[in-house]
Design a protein around this ligand. Sequence first.
Ligand code: PMP
Length: 310
Amino acid sequence: MPEALAFFRGRFVPLSEANVNITTHALHYGTAVFEGIRGNWNEERGKMFVFRAPEHYERLLQGCRIMLMDIPHSVDDLMGITVELLERCGYREDVYIRPIAYKSQELVANLKLHELSSDFALMTVPFGSYIEAEGAIRCTTSSWRRIDDTIIPPRVKISGHYVNSILAKTEATLAGFDEAIFVNQDGSVSEGSGENLFMAANGALHTPLVSENNLTGITRDSVWTLAEDELGLEVVERRIRRSEIYLADEVFLTGTAAHVTPVGELDNRAIGDGEVGEITGALRDAYLGIIRGDNPKYAHWTTAITPGGG
Ligand code: PMP
């Protein structure tokens, strides 16, 4: 039977015992950095394939540098902890893996990062699909602008900045859409509330620069590689305007949770024919074929784990 465990305060403990006190700094101010990693169950091989975990941990440690958090773990240590946690938990289904580095000091009236101690925790939970929609999704341009790097750096996963995504996602879904697309203060396209954005137009793929207040997406990077190496497509990183999306041939979103999600509509305007586009479909199939460890060419992107160890 699988067991819900967490790595907490340096030990593997039941998830139900991995609790912090109400005075913990991160709870009050969002002073934490997290990651979202997927473990993909391969029934035929009886193994879990964790997708690009070292890259996620590198991004976590970048966030720690920005937030002046010293956690006593290298990427290799974090990989070791992840493998051990998944082996011990023994899940035989898709999981979401959530590492978090946080200002753990039980002290609330202090805004000086350099005076606050930090800790690291890791948990994992069973996880299916993130956006529950058949075919292409319906998006809306958010009335909330994307936070700028001059406000809170969006290139890493700082907990506090997720309030921006949460406001946008909530607004979009309450209005009956599946997802929100952010624009920046100047109107240039940034990304989805939890995904990077790509657009197919004029025979190439286009995506906003990371400096347009995007997370440095690992799925974005993977899809970029697949577009060039598997489909022979040119990928152009540039400033994109909202109306270009309306007129694009295809648009899709990428993210660990969302995989490659086709966008059929923005602001009630159909994109292309409003269905899953050819390039989007091909990239989605290529990506989904890799994350479960079934494509030897991209085996270096996955870490195989046997439930129970061994
Ligand atoms: N942008 C935001 C705001 C996100 O939260 C995510 C999900 N981590 C992404 C993009 C996609 O990043 P990744 O492909 O690394 O999961």
